[in-house]
Every structure is written in structure tokens, then in C-alpha cells.
Design a protein around this ligand. Sequence first.
Ligand code: SF4
Length: 115
Amino acid sequence: MDTKKRMEQLRTMFERVVDPLGYKFSPDEEIVEFLLEQEVMLEKENGSPYCPCQGLTGERDHDMKLVCPCIPFHREHYDAMKRCWCGLYVHKDVKDPDSLIQIPLKEFLESRNKE
Ligand code: SF4
């Protein structure tokens, strides 16, 4: 299938999944286009639209948690950043995605353990 067409299909499907979770596509349309295109490429190579920013290991249980949108598997971490790891999705109230910082998982877990 044509890449652009598939990108639009994924956009529609993903929106339905992330909306009830309190997320929306980033207002940075350039990032959204780039990441969706990468996901279509990954889908062509691997059969699913995997995350462009997180490495696959070849272990099914691990890799299935990296099929976009992976928010349900990483909810607490992403909620703390108000964005997913790649920045494809942000919390609905976010207007300036550049103001959000990526918190490495290790750092997030350490800060949570201190609470
Ligand atoms: S980090 Fe974002 S773009 Fe990557 S798979 Fe998860 S939800 Fe999708």
C-alpha cells in the first residue's frame, strides 16, 4: 500500500486509541509526519507499526509492548512527561511540545521510589 495512504489510516486508527487515554497527536505536525512515516516503514519490514524510538529485541513479549501506541504499557512514565517517549502523542492540554522533557525510564523509576 502507498505509504501516505497507510500513514493516514494509522493516524485515524491511533487517534481513536489515544483519545480516551487523554492524549492527542503532537501539535508539531513535522514530527507527526516523520514518525508516522517511520512506523509505516517498520510495519512493512516487521509486520506491525513498531515504535521508531525504541529498539526491538526479537522477543515477542517485549516487542509487542512497542507497537504504537504503546501508551497503555508505559502509562505512568508517559503521564509524568505528558508525552510518549517519541513525542508523537502529548497530553491533550499541551500546546507547546518543545517545553516537555524526556525523562529516562531509570530516572523516572528512581524518582518514583523516593516518593
Ligand atoms: S513511544 Fe510514542 S510513537 Fe513510540 S510506540 Fe509509543 S506511543 Fe508510539
